[in-house]
Design a protein around this ligand. Structure first.
Ligand code: ATP
Length: 302
């Protein structure tokens, strides 16, 4: 759905994007992560033909951009850098105008598509209020509705939950998951690891303009090789584990054991008389994965 090869953008002496190879596949919820200033927005703007690359290539829906932008972009729903809207007009009127301006869908279905988009983002009931009276969260939703009017195959969203409260974040997350289940590929940039962790199937991490990581979230969040054990018999458990030659850390009512064999560990503990209340194979968090990728030597260009 999106592919780039050696994509570079320089602004004078500043290299905002330093050779990025993105691979976003059909059906993905792709989380494009990176700290402020890492080059996410610049990359997104290149994908949408808003900024010309210095070098490299980009394809969206199989077509080269910016060359084929005029035919491709109508099939892409995008919200980049805060949605713009006419403050004196209602959300519905804004969407109808937006749809009429772009190479959107047919006019006869406009009213239905606008209503459907407003419903989907939870703005169906506030249609007559001018956008001036909208909260930041409502504006954010209106921007998303604008992206949905064309029923796009691909959604490109730059920080879609900026300015939303926890309830709003959750609603947008559920909406994006619903859309994805219905077949829409979602590409969203974010600096919020927790948000991406709950949403994404694949993740790319940008660090100083370079893609230092790109993989399926399940792969990245692989086992750490340690097992967490919850038990009231911490001392006994620690003794047994140590005598079996395994490394262990104690923590409150539990311990963390280096073991590649959780089943064997359970047997060892239970046979030794330990009351095992909980046993979980530890997995890396996305935060750990991203930290490792962005602090390793490989991540820092010479
Ligand atoms: N128009 C521009 N002119 C000069 N430098 C720019 C321009 N746009 C971006 N940059 C620089 O390029 C780098 C990457 O910026 P970019 O906005 O793409 O990062 P980002 O990851 O989207 O960050 P944020 O989350 O803060 O938006 C920054 O150092 C920024 O100062």
């Amino acid at each position: 759905m999106i592919r780039t090869r050696a994509l570079v953008k320089r602004y004078g002496a500043v290299t905002a994007v330093a050779g990025v190879d993105l691979d976003v596949r059909e059906g993905d919820v792709y989380g494009f992560l990176g700290a402020n200033g890492s080059g996410k927005t610049t990359t997104v703007r290149m994908l949408l033909g808003l900024v010309l690359p210095t070098s490299g290539e980009a394809e969206v829906l199989g077509e080269p951009v910016p060359r084929a932008a005029r035919s491709v972009l109508p099939q892409v729903g995008a919200v980049v850098e805060g949605p713009a809207a006419y403050a004196a007009m209602s959300g519905r009127a804004n969407l109808a105008l937006f749809d009429a301006m772009g190479a959107g869908g047919p006019r006869r279905t406009r009213r239905a598509r606008v209503s459907e988009a407003l419903e989907r983002v939870g703005l169906g009931h506030v249609d007559d209020r001018p956008v001036r009276a909208y909260s930041l969260g409502m504006r954010q939703r209106l921007g998303l509705a604008g992206a949905l009017v064309r029923r796009p195959r691909l959604l490109v969203l730059d920080e879609p939950t900026n300015g939303l409260d926890p309830q709003g974040i959750r609603e947008i997350r559920d909406l994006l998951l619903d859309l994805n289940r219905e077949g829409t590929t979602v590409f969203l940039s974010s600096h919020l690891l927790a948000e991406v962790e709950q949403l994404a199937t694949r993740v790319g991490v940008l660090h100083r303009g370079r893609l230092v990581l790109q993989d399926a979230l399940d792969e990245l969040r692989g086992p750490t090789g340690r097992v967490e054990v919850g038990t009231p018999d911490v001392d006994l458990a620690a003794r047994l584990v140590r005598s079996a030659g395994l490394a262990v850390d104690l923590e409150g009512r539990g311990l963390r054991v280096v073991s590649a064999d959780p089943a064997g560990l359970v047997r060892l503990l239970v046979d030794g008389g330990v009351r095992v209340e909980r046993l979980v194979e530890e997995r890396r968090t996305l935060e750990q994965v991203v930290l490792a990728a962005t602090t390793s030597d490989a991540a820092v260009p010479a």
